[in-house]
Design a protein around this ligand. Structure first.
Ligand code: DP6
Length: 324
């Protein structure tokens, strides 16, 4: 019997940046995201008595030990919960519209949590799946849900999980400007750890988060895409500002990221309600009305190639699929 599941990636509008507990992946702050239709991971886990060690196949290729670390964390927790010792084979496929290098650990670890728990015969609630996915990668805790989700930081394994915020059945979308598809130099894990430990700006980031989160939730409730974008853009800029104060300093921005940010500003001057956010890499993600995605894309073709522009709409939460 197969246990294929699909999980979609999510992009944070209020960022998770820093851990209170690195082992248990308890964050310093609550974060809030939108799960998207365009990018997802499909995963099937099989526990097999004949296996001597866990195996991970990504897009059909067997992965080395390093790629297995996050995966093993989740598998070990599932084995413990199910009272088994059996090793597992994990087959995982990342679906991104182009070779954009946007495959994120959020969809991957959420799909793994979903499939591994099913394969072990566990029938977990969304809350428990969120906790399990969190242990693989923090942002994965939010990909259990479709639409908007808030990861409530909590203070222990049991109390740190995401909850749905809104079904997102309204006129909001995202447009990805892919400016670089290479693997990032500094992983989000290392970047946030360095920032927490060395950046004097980190406390400033933490101090304004409650206000950002509250106004963001209000803006979502009012379906106010302009306000959602405005708060998200400012929140992202504050997060990225902390990295410049780190020791040694670093940034995820490239010259093309700044070109994309300028293009967003110009689009705003043209009358579009559009803002941007960025994560631990140089790609820029626009927040706008779903109904204006195509128009905005058209305007961006002056500065970027069609293959660099990917539209996304709110997507579903973790779900089982049938796959031959
Ligand atoms: C900038 O979830 O990838 O995308 O928990 O260490 O695996 P780990 O980190 P990860 O960090 C994501 C950071 C971010 C912001 C966000 O998604 O909230």
């Amino acid at each position: 019997m197969s246990n294929w599941v699909r999980a979609h990636t999510n992009i944070a509008l209020i960022k998770y940046w820093g851990k209170e507990n690195e082992n248990l992946i308890i964050p310093m702050n609550n974060s809030l995201s939108l799960t998207l239709d365009a990018f997802y991971t499909e995963t099937n886990v099989t526990f097999d008595d004949d296996l001597k060690s866990d195996q991970l196949y990504l897009n059909g290729h067997m992965q080395d030990f390093n790629a297995l670390i996050k995966v093993k964390t989740v598998l070990d927790l599932v084995r413990k919960k199910a009272g088994i010792k059996t090793k597992a084979r994990v087959d995982s496929y990342n679906y991104v519209p182009t070779a954009a290098g946007l495959a994120s650990s959020a969809s991957g670890l959420a799909a793994l949590a979903g499939s591994a728990s099913r394969a072990a015969g566990l029938d977990l609630s969304s809350k428990d799946l969120s906790k399990l996915a969190r242990r693989g990668s923090g942002s994965a805790s939010r990909s259990i849900y479709g639409g908007f989700a808030e990861w409530q930081k909590g203070h222990s394994h049991e109390t740190s999980f995401a909850v749905p915020v809104d079904a997102a059945d309204w006129d909001i979308g995202m447009l990805f400007i892919v400016v670089n598809d290479k693997k990032k130099d500094i992983s989000s894990r290392e970047g946030m750890s360095r920032t927490v430990n060395t950046s004097p700006f980190y406390q400033g980031w933490l101090d304004t988060l409650d206000a950002d989160l509250n106004t963001m939730k209000e803006a979502i409730k009012n379906q106010d895409v302009h306000k959602v974008g405005e708060i998200a853009e400012r929140n992202a800029l504050k997060m990225h500002a902390t990295t410049l104060g780190a020791k040694p300093p670093f940034t995820y921005w490239s010259p093309d990221s700044i070109k994309a940010m300028d293009a967003v500003k110009q689009l705003r001057e043209t009358g579009f309600s559009v803002h941007f956010t960025m994560d631990a890499g140089p790609n820029v993600k626009l927040i706008c009305r779903q109904s204006e995605l195509e128009d905005i894309k058209h305007h961006l073709l002056v500065d970027f190639k069609e293959s660099q522009l990917i539209s996304a709409k709110p997507g579903p939460g973790l779900h089982a699929i049938s796959k031959p």
